[in-house]
Design a protein around this ligand. Structure first.
Ligand code: DGP
Length: 114
């Protein structure tokens, strides 16, 4: 069973600062923000890594991106810009094995990333 911290947040078993929810997506502030705005967009369906994505679940990634871009517009920083990041496995820097999209904003992002 892929029971992670994020599954517990979805079930409201541990607290989180939730900023958006719909039938498929939950978004909440990252506990360790790397930018003035740092929100995690996760599918409610538990998928451990991007490597487990298939044709049936791939549309969830679009839903995460859509929810993130709509949040950016609603909060007024879409025109200034933001970064969406998904980390996969050890070399990608993934630490929670329930896929998630980081929305980072509120400062100039560096490229290439560290
Ligand atoms: P990643 O390294 O890509 O797997 O990102 C996982 C993120 O999850 C990391 O930036 C910190 C965040 N995080 C870990 N545990 C919790 C938690 O219990 N609550 C919240 N809000 N964020 C968490």
């Amino acid at each position: 069973m892929n029971d992670t911290l994020f599954a517990k947040i979805i079930r409201r078993e541990i607290p989180a600062d939730i900023v958006y929810e719909d039938d498929d997506v939950l978004a909440f502030r990252d506990i360790s923000p790397q930018a003035p705005i740092h929100v995690l967009f996760i599918p409610k369906q538990p998928i451990a890594t991007l490597n487990e994505l298939d044709a049936g679940t791939a549309p969830l990634i679009g839903k995460l991106a859509l929810a993130a871009s709509q949040y950016a517009k609603k909060e007024g920083f879409a025109d200034n810009g933001y970064r969406l990041v998904m980390n996969c496995n050890q070399d990608g820097g993934q630490s929670v094995y329930h896929i998630h999209m980081h929305l980072l904003a509120g400062r100039q992002m560096a490229w290439p990333p560290g």
